[in-house]
Every structure is written in structure tokens, then in C-alpha cells.
Design a protein around this ligand. Structure first.
Ligand SMILES: [Zn+2]
Ligand SMILES: [Zn+2]
Ligand SMILES: [Zn+2]
Length: 800
């Protein structure tokens, strides 16, 4: 035993439920080491014994060869006394200790499982719940930690002997795969009508012959000519029955990984129109699912970077350039007035089984009531989606918490639009964080965050908190995550807006904790700084829709000198009365009128803008209100300036979803910036006021001269770029700052953010944009955490 050494190794990160112990087991065998591995409260603990050189090689391999879903945060090792054991074993998890470990997100079906599912000889042939240690549900089925079948919703299914054998065999790729299942012992699907009454006809119906199976994608090659495999397995028949109905134009709610999707044939115009009508969603684009990259390439332009994202185990919705836009089979109703289509590939086995050659593209949109989280409870689905759908495809693997699809797009590199399934709850690193912090986020696109010891756990997408139901989920998710991650917040951060539901919630529920209020746009900029590990002062461009300012007004066109602990408002758009408050947001013509009244008070622009004529009476009423000086909130919002221009160009006078007018204005401009319009920077000392009225006058002049709307849209985008660039140069001259950080909802505008970045870099600035969290309010919580942690560190209470 002489030269034998023994070391203990502690690994933190996402190392449970991702095949880490079998990986260690096999690695130890490979290196001829003895000892044991176990999951415990903090991750994975290992003791190994053998020669020093073998131990070193073993340690190196852990980092090099870790399983695909593992996410190692730290590895520590230290020497202990050898005990001379003669085998390597996997020890059962210890439940007696307090649990504190990271949870894996849900991951898409892996290739090995896909192959098995499509193999007629395999016992899981066409089984919609096939999974292994490298794939399948995690975050959405875990009730408690540690991650063990007993503490997931899979405990309701007792494994059959064959599954149990796989589960117990360290050499099997399903060793300790907690959701392991097969048609004999695992979850099943069935079909119901809109009232929840079961309608599938399992064995009696004569459908689903081999030809139908053969039509399933990629199975074609294998099965063609081989008619010997007989009827479809019983367990997949409800899915094929649903497919027959989808082909007739019916609408279904399909239970997936993190909740229900509303599904219909994207090539069937009537079906999509029906879905829109029943869901009261006239314009907002619907995401689609396609079975594989070949089909995606048929309809969309896809770069290699976009392909990589589409097939990654996260399987986000990726916004892709739509090639023929409504002239290729996919009905225009899927995404009216858009040049991009939100596309994802199947991520559960069940999804794969929904497609075939005559059903190549499915609308796959969250089954929710507008703005609320995706519905995941079977009873609630029937109650709330029953009026929208004809069928429900249900299964009996319970979902513990809802998780919406993530949404991304690729500019130069991937950009996050919604960070949810596949990402949550992977933590982001932020070394500044010490004490436990809860950041409550904003009100729209809410994501909250729990942070401690250098890690920030962003929640999945919660949505807009304005409805009772979302608020209920918000509170529940916070309580749940506090429990799951065992982070009891000592500091609670909220937005400054006194009317935000998240603010009211924080002030009421956590009144005994240390509360820190962070200004909305400061949080935006700090969020982007946190992503890039920046501290010190930066130029912060916060171009946004709505955010509460320290003067009680609505901010949103802000140029800040910001550091994580404080900010100075260096410049902003000139205040404009926002007639009708929130109503003005939904009816951009009101902002248009407010701007026109200031820019051209005497002109009869009502005559010149024919598309406004139907609004004549309302406009005159509004004019009276503004002229009388009746008190209305004032705003410096950049988002509203975009709305005003969209309204003046006749693109949108009313909107049906957030940001619609600005999005359509960008669509109109296409990919080019135009020559800037004039604007004025007023006052000699900060905060400088940027007066955009000359822009409005110039636009009207262009309209009078018969200039095309798309040209005006390009010039307007060029103006905003010029405006930001000018002020950054001015700041650099005065303060010597080089780094520019861009954040806020307006930067979802690709033309603006790419164009501005290019110009700034051309002038020698260092430019930082969001990539891991959204630039909209979905990224706010990260910034709130950063500001709060710095305030505590530097003992400054900015706005608390
Ligand atoms: Zn798998
Ligand atoms: Zn089984
Ligand atoms: Zn915002």
C-alpha cells in the first residue's frame, strides 16, 4: 500500500442529475482508482485512492471530460489518509445534511435517445417520454433537493425491472437518470376534447398503419419498404390521432415540458386565423416549431451561428429571416408585418412525434392568457384554454413549475430576448455579491433574481405582473426559489416606481429586511455592466419605454454617467406631456399629437395626415386637454418618440402588443440607416436636454415633399444613432470616458443597436451590449443585484 495516496475532491456547480456520478465512477475505473463518490448538500464529494500520478490524471480528466450538461463552478481537492479500500462505489445521497446545490435546467432530447425512439426494434420505439442522464426534464419536475427520483414528480411511477436495471447499472447511460421511463412503467399521453373528456380510441381505431409511421420525419428512410413492423404502438396513437385533427385545421393545447402550448398547422390560414380570434391576439407574432434543420432552411435564412443555437440542448426560439414571408406555404397570419419568424426545433420526444411530411410546420405558442406565465396545470388548462382549443393532448408527468420557452436572435453573436427554459436556473457569476439578495425586477417581462456568494440565480420568465394570476405566480415562485436554493434574502431590492406591483410586494412582504430602491435605468445599465464584469464609470445609454425617475417623472431617453453604485443623469430627451398616461402607450397617435402640437402648433397637420382623419374628433378633444394645460404625466421616453414617429408615418395609430409600433417602424426601415435629421441639445450644463422637435418638423416636411415612409424611417433611425454618438463624444471630451454601455427595451431594435455600436466603435469607443440577459426589463433584476451589492460594499445608500 506504500505509495498509495488518497484525496478528497469537492465539486460545486450543476453536477447533480447530469450523469456526474457515473462519469466519475467510470473515470475512476479507467484510472484504476478505489474510493467513492456521492451527491451531498453542496454538490459532489469524491474520495479516491491510488498512486499520485494516477490521481493527478484523474483530476485533470474531471475538468476535461465532464458530461455535456454539467456546469462546474469550482473544484477543490485536499489530501487525506489512505484507508486501503479495494473498489470504487457510488454512495447513496445523504439527506440528513442541509441541501445546497445547483439545479440543472430542462434539456432537449439527446441524439442517442432520438435514435432509440426511432428504432422499431427498441423497447422505447416512438415512446414520447424517452430520456437519459444527458437529456430530459429537470427544473420543471424537481420538488425538493437533492435531485433524486423520490423528490421529483417521477416518484409517482415505479420503474419496471428493465428500467430499474438500467438505473442501477453504472455502465448504462441511464444510470441514475431520475426521469427514466418506458412504455411499461412510465408516463403516458392521451387526447381529450375541449372539456377534458377523453376521446382517444387507443386500440379500436384502424389508423396509424405503417405508412403513417413511415411518414414521420427521418423515419422514412429506415422504414420504407419494410412493412413487417405492423401497427403503431398503442402508446403513441393519441398523438397520431391528434395529427389527423391538426391536418383538418383543428387547434390543440399540447402539454410539454414547462407547460401547455397552443398548436395548429402553420400552413393552414384558417386554423391560424381561428387561433388568433379565439385567443384575442390579432397581431403579435406566433412562434413555430419545425422538425429539423432541413425544414428550417426551406423557409428561413439560417446562418451557421443560428443553426448552432437552434440545435443546442437549450433549443430556444430563434428569430430567423423569413425567406418568402407568407408566399412559401406558412401563412402570413403567423407573423404579420414581420420579416422574421420565431422558430424552434422539437425539444421533447413528444414534439418530434407531432410532425410528418404533410405537417412540417406547427404554430407552437405559449398556452397562456396574454402576459401571464404559461399554463402548466391540467385542470387550469381545461378551464382557461377550453374556449380556445378543440383538443388537449395531455400526459401524466406532473409539471412542478411553469417554464416558458427562451427566445434569442443572432446579431453578430447570440442576443437574449427572453431567458427562460434551458437557461433558468443556471446562475450568472457576479463576484461582488456577498450577502443574500432578492431582486424583485420590474413589472413587465418580469424575471426576479436571488443572489448570494458570487452567484445570481435569475428566475424563469414570469411575465407581466398586472394580473392577479401573474402576481400569484410571482409570489409563489419567489417563495419556492427561496426554499429550493436555500437563500433567505437579507437585502431586498426593488424598482423606484411606487406603483409597480413588484415594488409594493417588496415593501409589504419584506418590510423587516434591508430594502434598497434602485432607479430603473441605473439598473438597466448596471445589468449590462454585471454581464461584462465592468466597474468604475461608464457612459450609460438607457433607451427605454418607461421607467420611474428620481424626479417622479417617466424617464426613458437617458444618457447616464454610471457606476454600479451610483449614477448622474448627464442628458435626456426633453419632457413631453404624455396625454392619457398608459392609454398613450397603447394608442401611439396620442404621442404623435402631443409632439405635433409642440413642433407645428399652427399647421393643419390633420389635413396632411390622411390616416388620422378617422380620429378627428378624438384628436380635437386631446388638443383641448393639452392646450388647456390639464395636468398630465411628463415623459422623456425614447420608446415614445419611436411610437410618435410610427404614428405620424401612419404605420400604427393603435397597438395590440407591447412595442408594436416601434417594431413595425424598424421593419419599414429595413437594414439601412438614413441621413440624420436635425435636433437640438439645450442648456449648458448637465443634465443636457435633447430637443427632438426639429426631427418631427423635418419629418412633416419630408411627408409634404412626398418622400417615401421607409426613407423617413431610415432617416429617423440614423438620427437617434447620431444623437447618441454626438453626446458620447461630448462626454468623452469632458470626462475622458471611453466605455459605452447600452441597455433598455429600445435596444431590442436591431437596426439601432447594430448601427450605433458600429458608429461608436468607429469613433474609438469600447461598446458593451447585453448577451446573457435581455436588454428589456427581463434583465433588470441582475442590475438591481449589482447596484445593491455595491451599495452595501461601499456603504452608500443611493436611493433607499
Ligand atoms: Zn438522452
Ligand atoms: Zn420501464
Ligand atoms: Zn426598462
Amino acid at each position: 500500500m506504500g505509495d498509495r495516496e488518497r484525496i478528497a475532491i469537492r465539486i460545486n456547480g450543476i453536477v447533480q442529475g447530469v450523469g456526474f456520478r457515473p462519469f466519475i465512477f467510470n473515470l475512476a475505473l479507467e484510472h484504476g482508482l478505489t474510493g467513492w463518490v456521492t451527491n451531498d448538500s453542496a454538490g459532489v464529494l469524491i474520495e479516491v485512492e491510488g498512486s499520485g500520478s494516477k490521481l493527478n490524471a484523474f483530476l485533470k480528466d474531471i475538468k476535461l471530460k465532464a458530461p455535456p450538461l454539467a456546469h462546474i463552478v469550482s473544484i477543490k481537492s485536499w489530501s487525506i489518509d489512505p484507508i486501503g479500500d479495494n473498489e470504487f462505489i457510488i454512495r447513496a445521497s445523504d439527506r440528513s445534511e442541509k441541501v445546497k446545490t445547483l439545479i440543472s435546467p430542462d434539456m432537449a432530447l439527446c441524439e442517442d435517445c432520438y435514435r432509440e425512439m426511432m428504432d422499431p426494434q427498441d423497447r422505447r420505439y416512438l415512446y414520447p417520454f424517452i430520456n437519459c442522464t444527458n437529456c430530459g426534464p429537470r427544473f420543471t419536475i424537481i420538488e425538493e433537493m437533492p435531485y433524486d427520483r423520490l423528490y421529483t414528480t417521477m416518484r409517482e411511477f415505479i420503474m419496471c425491472p428493465e428500467c430499474q436495471r438500467e438505473y442501477d447499472d453504472p455502465k448504462n447511460r441511464r444510470f441514475h437518470a431520475q426521469p427514466n421511463a418506458c412504455p411499461v412503467c412510465g408516463p403516458e399521453v392521451w387526447l381529450t376534447d375541449r372539456t377534458g373528456k377523453r376521446v382517444d380510441e387507443r386500440s379500436s381505431l384502424d389508423y396509424g398503419l405503417v405508412d403513417e409511421v413511415a411518414a414521420t420525419y427521418e423515419l422514412c428512410e429506415k422504414v420504407k419498404g419494410d412493412k413487417s413492423i405492423g401497427l403503431l404502438p398503442e402508446w403513441v396513437r393519441p398523438i397520431f390521432q391528434l395529427k389527423t385533427e391538426l391536418k383538418k385545421g383543428k387547434i390543440a393545447a399540447v402539454k410539454g415540458l414547462g407547460g401547455y402550448h397552443l398548436v395548429c398547422d402553420a400552413l393552414n390560414r384558417e386554423a391560424v386565423q381561428n387561433l388568433r380570434k379565439r385567443k384575442y391576439r390579432p397581431d403579435k407574432p406566433l412562434a413555430v416549431m419545425m422538425p429539423n434543420l432541413d425544414v428550417v432552411r426551406r423557409y428561413c435564412q439560417v446562418s451557421s451561428e443560428e443553426e448552432k443555437l437552434l440545435i443546442s440542448p437549450v433549443r430556444p426560439i430563434v428569430l430567423l429571416k423569413w425567406k418568402a414571408k407568407g408566399y412559401d406555404g406558412i401563412t402570413l397570419e403567423v407573423a404579420p408585418a414581420q420579416s422574421r419568424l420565431g422558430v424552434m426545433l422539437p425539444y421533447t420526444p413528444l414534439h418530434y412525434l407531432l410532425f410528418d411530411e404533410s405537417l412540417p410546420v406547427l404554430v407552437m405558442t405559449s398556452g397562456n392568457i396574454s402576459g401571464e406565465p404559461i399554463i402548466y396545470d391540467d385542470q387550469e388548462a381545461v378551464e382557461r384554454l377550453g374556449d380556445i382549443v378543440d383538443y388537449f393532448l395531455v400526459h401524466n408527468r406532473r409539471i412542478v413549475r411553469p417554464c416558458d420557452d427562451s427566445v434569442q436572435r443572432v446579431d453578430n453573436s447570440p442576443v437574449m430576448i427572453r431567458r427562460s427554459r434551458g437557461y433558468a436556473p443556471i446562475p450568472l457569476r457576479l463576484p461582488a455579491v456577498k450577502e443574500p439578495i432578492l431582486a424583485c425586477g420590474g413589472e413587465m417581462n418580469n424575471i426576479f433574481a436571488l443572489a448570494e456568494k458570487g452567484l445570481v440565480f435569475m428566475s424563469q420568465h414570469i411575465g407581466d405582473l398586472k394580473t392577479k394570476n401573474s402576481l400569484y405566480h410571482y409570489r409563489r415562485m419567489i417563495d419556492e426559489m427561496v426554499k429550493l436554493f436555500e437563500i433567505e434574502p437579507e437585502i431586498v431590492v426593488h424598482d423606484l416606481h411606487p406603483e409597480y406591483i413588484s415594488t409594493k410586494f417588496a415593501l409589504k412582504k419584506y418590510k423587516d429586511k434591508r430594502l434598497i430602491g434602485v432607479q430603473h435605468h441605473h439598473a438597466h445599465i448596471a445589468s449590462c455592466m454585471a454581464e461584462h464584469g465592468l466597474d468604475g464609470q461608464v457612459i450609460g445609454l438607457a433607451f427605454d419605454g418607461t421607467g420611474y425617475g428620481t424626479d417622479g417623472k417617466i424617464w426613458g431617453g437617458e444618457i447616464l454617467i454610471a457606476s454600479p453604485e451610483k449614477f448622474e443623469r448627464w442628458a435626456h430627451l426633453k419632457y413631453l406631456p404624455l396625454p392619457g398616461g398608459d392609454k398613450g402607450v397603447k394608442e401611439p397617435w396620442r404621442i404623435g399629437v402631443a409632439y405635433l402640437l409642440k413642433a407645428l402648433p399652427d399647421a393643419d397637420w390633420l389635413q396632411e395626415l390622411p390616416f388620422w382623419y378617422s380620429l378627428k374628433d378624438e384628436i380635437n378633444m386631446l388638443k383641448t386637454i393639452i392646450e388647456k394645460g390639464i395636468k398630465v404625466p411628463e415623459t422623456s421616453s425614447m420608446g415614445r418618440l419611436f411610437d410618435a414617429v410610427a404614428a405620424i408615418l401612419g404605420i400604427r395609430t393603435r397597438i395590440s402588443y407591447e412595442g408594436q409600433a416601434a417594431i413595425e417602424l424598424e421593419e419599414l426601415a429595413g437594414e439601412e440607416l438614413g441621413e440624420p435629421y436635425p435636433f437640438i441639445v439645450e442648456d449648458d450644463s448637465p443634465p443636457f436636454v435633447i430637443n427632438p422637435l426639429p426631427i418631427i418638423s423635418a419629418i412633416i416636411r419630408d411627408l409634404r415633399a412626398g418622400k417615401k415612409a421607409y426613407k423617413i424611417a431610415r432617416r429617423f433611425h440614423g438620427t437617434v444613432v447620431e444623437m447618441a454618438l454626438n453626446l458620447c463624444i461630448k462626454i468623452r471630451q469632458e470626462l475622458g470616458l471611453q466605455r459605452v454601455v447600452m441597455s433598455g427595451g429600445v435596444f431590442q431594435n436591431r437596426l439601432l443597436s447594430l448601427g450605433l455600436k458600429k458608429c461608436l466603435e468607429g469613433e474609438g469607443f469600447e461598446v458593451f451590449q447585453h448577451c446573457q440577459v435581455p436588454t428589456n426589463d427581463g434583465g433588470l433584476a441582475l442590475g438591481q443585484v449589482y447596484v445593491a451589492s455595491q451599495c452595501i460594499l461601499k456603504k452608500e445608500d443611493t436611493f433607499g
